[in-house]
Design a protein around this ligand. Structure first.
Ligand SMILES: [Zn+2]
Length: 492
């Protein structure tokens, strides 16, 4: 008994000693340096009017990229871009929409001049000029011979202004949805289809901005609210909502010329080929075998610009970019000597179609086949719970996240199974996934208030700074361990 007691006492003293002697390490210091305050300072900077909504190809985006690269440099990250700099440059189409322009509708007893941003936004790639024309409602604006569907059948839109709905006439649960979505849901396709039918311009309904539309010479368009569509439909027996539901329900077109109405649009824009960039910095790997087998952490820095009104893009994606920057800083200061490189990328031109990540996978800094994995952060700034997508399929990796959360954060952590990207892609992570690099998305759940998507109301004040700090701490902790694991393999 006495022996047992002495043993116990000895253990307790030992534990106490080891606790008392536990140093406050560089790892701890860097962990606790991650702050919601600094993350929000980054967000506010990116959202400033002088960066004009960080439009790919604009000088203001490039200025913002320089601002971020200066931090990468100050934190001691090795440049991973062209010619020993932080920038990986690539070409992009650039349209600078100068002001709000004009949108009017005239008809019998109707002469309305609309207000921006209440009722419309100029198209992000609209041509410059004045356009007057008869409006034609063309539903989803789809011509799909393979699916036996044509919104333009029997209707002449030459020289007219088509009114196009977003989406497809098929429910998500339907087996055919993937085909509809991949080939016919994109706004680039819809404009192309309108142009090929001879339309002179378009009104996109569902008033939020679609940045992916390509510039078409002379083609003038804007995004309009339901109010504008309802005004155009006066004199018919339809409202915007009922008509759209009808097409969805019947799965057949209900296109119509809106006779007696005239739409007038006037926009001023400047279009030119341009250049934009990914910002890349990394901490080199120390292991001979693993020094070209990196982990990549990415977020897109670009947003929708300032087409007549500032789109600050706080959630989309100053939030993810700020978390990547804060994590890069903490990792660089952690004292951790990773076995494999840890690469931080702020992607350019995600909004017009993930051009930055597509360029990277064609011109990777380290071989893609050796890249362990990619973590993508896109719109990570509203909620109280954590989410890591795709890790359930990789238990070793999942353990790093669950342990880090249990030890340091104690938030509710959602995880999901991995699925191979196919069909139409929506994120930079999916581009890596599709190109054979396991890619996982970090996000948040349990929203606090409203989420604003592709509208000028997406401002820093709508973010939840505390969860952003915890996402960064989670990522930081996992990276410190994962980058020093010589054995991990991510195979399904
Ligand atoms: Zn976006």
């Amino acid at each position: 008994m006495i022996k047992k007691y002495i043993l116990c006492l000895g253990l307790c003293i030992g534990m106490f000693m080891s606790q008392a002697q536990r140093e406050y390490t560089a790892f701890d210091k860097a962990f606790h340096s991650v702050s919601s305050n600094e993350i929000m300072e980054f967000v506010y900077e990116m959202c400033k009017p002088e960066h004009k909504g960080r439009l790919a190809g604009s000088p203001e985006y490039t200025r913002c990229a320089h601002w971020a690269a200066n931090y990468f440099s100050a934190w001691g990250l090795t440049p991973g871009g062209d010619n020993g700099f932080y920038f990986q440059n690539f070409p992009v189409q650039y349209t600078d929409v100068k002001d709000a322009g004009v949108l009017k509708v005239k008809g019998e007893d109707m002469d309305v001049t609309y207000r921006m941003p209440d009722d419309y936004y100029p198209g992000t790639h609209t041509a410059s000029g004045v356009l007057k024309g008869e409006p034609v409602y063309v539903g989803f604006g789809i011509t799909a011979p393979d699916l036996g569907y044509d919104d333009y059948a029997g209707i002449d839109v030459r020289g007219k202004i088509v009114v196009i709905e977003p989406g497809v006439p098929c429910e998500r649960e339907n087996q055919a949805y993937a085909r509809w979505d991949e080939f016919y849901s994109g706004s680039v396709y819809k404009i192309k289809n309108a142009v090929s039918h001879g339309a002179a311009g378009a009104l996109f309904t569902g008033k939020f901005s679609h940045p992916g539309i390509l510039y078409n010479d002379g083609f003038i368009y804007c995004h309009v609210s339901d109010k504008v569509v309802n005004d155009l439909l006066t004199g018919t027996s339809w409202t915007a909502r009922i008509l759209k539901d009808k097409i969805r329900g019947d799965k057949r077109p209900h296109s119509m010329v809106l006779t007696g109405k005239e739409v007038e649009m006037m926009f001023r824009s400047f279009h030119a080929p341009s250049q934009t960039q990914n910002v890349i910095g990394y901490i080199p790997g120390t292991d001979k075998r693993l020094k070209d087998a990196p982990i990549i952490i990415g977020a897109h820095l670009d947003h929708l610009g300032c087409p007549g009104i500032l789109f600050p893009g706080a959630l989309d994606n100053a939030s993810g970019s700020a978390i990547v920057m804060e994590t890069a800083k903490a990792f660089a200061q952690s004292g951790v000597k990773p076995l494999r490189p840890v690469v931080f990328i702020l992607f350019g031109a995600e909004e017009p179609g993930m051009l930055g990540s597509k360029f990277y996978v064609k011109h990777p800094l380290f071989p893609l086949e050796k890249t362990l994995c990619m973590f993508n952060l896109d719109m990570v700034g509203n909620g109280t719970e954590l989410r890591v997508g795709g890790v359930n399929t990789f238990p070793e990796l999942k353990k790093y996240f669950t342990e880090a959360n249990e030890q340091y954060l104690r938030r509710i952590l959602h995880t999901s199974d991995y699925s191979k990207a196919s069909g139409r892609m929506y994120t930079d992570g999916e581009i890596f996934n599709f190109n054979g690099v396991p890619a996982f998305s970090l996000g948040t759940r349990n929203k606090v208030g409203r989420t604003y998507y592709h509208v000028p109301q997406d401002v820093p004040e709508t973010l939840t700074p505390e969860i952003m700090e915890d996402v960064s701490k989670l990522l930081y902790t996992v990276l410190c361990k994962l980058a020093c694991d010589p054995h991990i393999r991510l195979s399904e």
